[in-house]
Design a protein around this ligand. Structure first.
Ligand SMILES: Cc1cc2nc3c(=O)[nH]c(=O)nc-3n(C[C@H](O)[C@H](O)[C@H](O)COP(=O)(O)OP(=O)(O)OC[C@H]3O[C@@H](n4cnc5c(N)ncnc54)[C@H](O)[C@@H]3O)c2cc1C
Length: 387
């Protein structure tokens, strides 16, 4: 089927990717963002080959290759001894095995490159400082004078568009908090490898570290249980928050604890999830990205799932005979995919945060895994073609 134009609410990763994916098929897109500017909030993001393949379809891979880092491998390392446990090869191996690269970059860079592509597209118009709260179809129609057969809610984990869909999922706090800080290149300790993503695993906690070229240093994310500071991406950690973090990591190798103690201006970010439910109203409104299914970062798939959603939605709209059919096909296929990613995240959470004898068993099992077999175990995830 063909529609002339679409409205997208929210210019995060999901919204920008959706606008570009529609434009690629000749469908005009108005993009409405509440913020007056797309600012540099956030930190590092991982873009796995399943999403990098789609960025390549948009013709944007060269822009990303110029700024991101392609880690040689994803390593799992014991947080209590700093002993390497296992690794999944990435770098050139990822390009060969999954047909696309694995990159790490700052969220602001991903958003900037997508936004520049939106600005350059004659079919996309970005409207900043335009919050869309209720009755989206009539509100948006009044704003632009156009009518929209389809409104896409890409307005994130605390989506307001979601409330217009009966039976839609609800957000809830996962009980985990991410602590984020950066280390400038000059201060990076020798035990942190500069050419890999490293996940350090400890009792009820883990720490992910990788280099970011854009900041000239390392992106560090420590994940532990904690209380939610509310709806924020960037709460400043107070002294009592810091003490709580040190308490959670007290059984870790001394060198990591020292690094956490030296962290300058750590921020923290409560991990919210969006559960299961309907993503569309059967007529003219549909959700993508975190608005539909925010997942915890245990499988590092938040941004990649948002980019996949964009392409899957556009494919369903272009291939279906009517919108109702398109929306239900989109929901069915994406819910199946996201459920698998969620299960993988739950498995990783169990394995990463294991304690006592389970942790010892995990370390033995991981040490026996050849990198090839760990890579093969990820074919369903990284080799997926959402378009
Ligand atoms: C500020 C910020 C920082 C983040 N930092 C990180 C990070 O460091 N690491 C990481 O892994 N993930 C981070 N994330 C989450 C990550 O971007 C998402 O998990 C993933 O990219 C999917 O994004 P999304 O586009 O679905 O939602 P989001 O990235 O949340 O984008 C939603 C967009 O919709 C806009 N919006 C919300 N409500 C309305 C409304 N009513 N009207 C109009 N616009 C609206 C928001 O301003 C935002 O731009 C961050 C998200 C945000 C918003």
């Amino acid at each position: 089927m063909h529609i002339e134009n679409v409205a997208v609410v929210g210019a995060g990763i999901a919204g920008l990717a959706t606008a570009l994916a529609f434009a690629r098929r000749g469908i005009a897109c108005d993009l409405f963002e509440q913020a007056p500017e797309l600012t540099e909030v956030g930190a590092g993001l991982q873009v796995s080959p399943n999403a990098a393949r789609l960025l390549a379809k948009l013709g944007l891979l060269p822009q990303f290759e110029a700024v991101w880092t392609e880690p040689r491998q994803i390593s799992l390392v014991s947080g209590t001894t700093l002993r390497p446990l296992a690794h999944v090869p990435a770098g050139d191996y990822a390009r060969q095995r999954w047909g696309a690269p694995y990159g790490v970059l700052h969220r602001a860079t991903l958003q900037r490159v997508l936004r520049e592509a939106v600005d350059a597209s004659p079919l996309c118009t970005l409207h900043l400082q335009t919050p869309v709260r209720e009755a989206p179809h009539s509100t948006l129609g009044q704003l632009t004078g156009r009518s929209y057969p389809l409104v896409v809610g890409a307005d994130g984990v605390w989506s307001t568009l979601r409330a217009t869909i009966e039976g839609s999922p609800r957000p809830s706090f996962s009980g985990h908090v991410c602590w984020r800080f950066t280390i400038p290149d000059a201060l990076v300790p020798g035990w942190l490898s500069r050419d890999q993503v490293t996940a350090f695993l400890g009792p009820s906690t883990h720490l992910v570290a990788y280099p970011l070229r854009e900041i000239g240093g390392f992106n560090m994310v420590a994940i532990a249980s904690g209380a939610s500071p509310g709806r924020t991406w960037d709460a400043q950690a107070t002294e009592s928050h810091r003490q709580r973090l040190f308490g959670e990591f007290r059984r870790w190798d001394r060198r990591v604890v020292d690094l956490l103690r030296q962290a300058e201006q750590p921020t923290f970010w409560p991990l919210f999830e969006v559960g299961t439910g309907r993503w569309h109203n059967g007529r003219d409104t549909v959700l993508v990205g975190d608005a539909a299914h925010a997942v915890t970062p245990f499988a590092a798939q938040g941004a990649s799932m948002a980019i996949e959603d964009a392409f899957a939605l556009v494919r369903c709209v272009c291939e279906a005979t009517d919108l109702t059919q398109a929306l239900s096909t989109y929901q069915a296929s994406r819910q199946e995919r996201v459920a698998k990613v969620r299960s993988r995240g739950a498995f990783n959470r169990f394995a990463y945060h294991a304690r006592g004898p389970i942790r010892l068993g995990r370390d033995v099992v991981l040490s026996l895994q050849p990198p090839e077999s760990l890579a093969a175990d990820l074919d369903w995830l990284y080799g997926y073609k959402a378009d």
